[in-house]
Design a binder for this molecule. Sequence first.
Ligand code: NOJ
Length: 765
Amino acid sequence: MKWNLSIIAIGIAMTLWIVPQACGQTFTPMATDARIEKKIDSLLRLMTLEEKIGQMNQYNGSWDVTGPAPQSGGDAIKYQQIRKGEVGAMLNVLGVKNTREIQQLAVNNSRLGIPLLFGYDVIHGYQTMMPIPLGETASWDMQVLEKSARVAAVEATAAGVNWTFAPMMDVSRDARWGRVMEGAGEDPYLGAQAAVARVRGFQGPDLSLANTLAACAKHFAAYGFGEAAREYNTVEITENTLQNVVLPPFKAAAEAGVATFMNAFNEIGGVPATASTYLQRDLLKGAWGFQGFVVSDWGSIRELITHGVAADKREASRLAALGGSDMDMESSAYTTTLAQLVRDGNVPMAYVDDAARRILRVKFLLGLFDDPYRYCDEAREKQYVGAPEHVAIAREVGRKSIVLLKNEGQLLPLAKNAGSIAVIGALAADKDVPLGSWRGQAVTGSAVSLLEGIQAAVAPGVKVVYEPGYKLTTGLRSFVQDLTFAQDDGSGFKAAIKAAKNAEIVVMAIGEDCWQSGEARSQVDITLKGRQEELLREILKVNKRVVVVLMNGRPLAIPGVAEVSPAILEAWHLGSQAGNSIADVLFGDYNPAGKLPISFPRATGQAPIYYNRKSTGRPVNSENNVFWSHYTDAPNTPLYPFGYGLSYTNFQYSELKLSASEIYPSETLQVQVTLTNTGSRAGEEVAQLYVRDLVGSVTRPVKELKGFQKVLLRPGESRQLTFSLTTKDLAFFTGNREWAAEPGDFEVFVGGNSEETLKGAFKLN
Ligand code: NOJ
């Protein structure tokens, strides 16, 4: 790999463990290094077929490694297999003590002593939780995303983990899908930027540093397009959408040097992604030149049988190996059938060699052959897991992820010396929900609640009264079982209404339990559960000064809430410092600048809903009849569009200027706009650039994001912003099935969200 050497030197010498040492540096794609390839050649020559296949096998660490080694059952077999060099990676083995013990099994006992990879889902933090990835993306601040991933990497690597199954970069247009919380929203351009920032944060400038880990671009591909947004469901997607919408973040991650990919559970066009030669061999390893390895998703090789493309494990193994799945996560398919498949000539030996080479390459790059215990340092574990210096970063990332959706009469920000504040809603005092789904090793109930954040922020003597009001969930709230929603008898309403009536201001938290979103948490209805809205309406009858704080893992269909509430903050599941971050915004210590990375629908039935839609043949009602693309019971428009978010100040866009009215393919068009802070507070604005290709060989979206800039302006300050557009930005997967920019007329839009924009036009010759 080619890295910027001077920066590495400074990084290593001065800030080896300081966050974020990698931010803003230049990165290059993962390239092969001749010295490493030679070492791999020698190693492969020594390896038996079984040992090579061993590298392709990943097991879950299900046994308690602090106890005696398992003597019987499946665990004992895994234990023996590690000793025999038949395991290449583990997942869910955590902590220095455990990872060291398992690593010793491999290094000290197996014939060639090849070290193991230790993978884990470090999605938005290891112990210190950052906002859920969808929330973080609302910052539209790539430095922030990188910094957040950096913290996660520092903590995870200190706990023995050297591979994270993140970032998830599945574009999704349907908030019924529970995993929208884990991605970057609906847009391929923003998704690509976010993917790259996160890969940089995890992998740092050099994979061999002990505080960087291998990242994983997942789920390849189109997992976010399951029919009706039901988890693991069949995907029906056209090549046009696959190429133009789904793949760009993956390609960007590959170009940024991501070390691994994970394939997906779903099928596309009758072929499960795990067996897809098109995706894995032709595209990823072929056209894109990816040099890392592809891991299957959990059990997805075995699931080729349930999909109905393989009759048994042997056949599943054959299809996955031919398809280009290099590592088998928890199917025990390769380890039991692949050697014979190779001996029988059903899978080429070259495929096994290539898979083993790719896996060994990542191990070399991580420095595991220099020191297999590089990630096993108790002192680092003690110092960095949940380190106090990460708290401030979590608070910063948290407040930058908040989106101000409504602020009628400038109710916000609140005065810290308000006479009294009623904090209403079970979610407001909850110290666990803000940790979100996919929470790594976060300590249960360790988040700063909204109530605590408010209590810490107000001036001495201000009365803060809390009433839960509604009931949301009941019984077991966990990863292993579906949530039970409470039967709310309304018994909490009276006290909540009374508290609201007696207070000067009301802050009411509503939204979702954290286990309503995440893997396997699809919903058919994305309105508010229980009686939350009913209580809100009751409270508004006695006190109009109500600030709604939304806590949720997905866009919610809340037209009623949006209509009746004077002020609304979108606070997602915001992580360990949630309450403090929200208080920073509520009381104006931070002026919110987040913008939605995904559209909020008015009704669940609008899903999938997304700004970069196609025109259709009948987009508007031009003839005053019903025969146009619409619903009879709701508008087409979202409740809040992609890119939307307010500030405590106001911004004005003016003087949109283009450097030319026509450009030639080699030329760059400059798009200039003047942005003015017309309010009385300093604030940040995310200026967004969109383009429309008016006539294409295939239909083109009505708008596509092509650039954004986040700028801080003082009150009254104006700044001229310049965006550049090249033919690369205008290229798409055309009717000729190639990426190209087609000559013709374009519209260009600049504004503070995807709907309210200034408009210009130019021509590509
Ligand atoms: C299944 C999920 O789809 C994937 O994202 C995750 O990394 C694996 N399980 C391992 O936990």
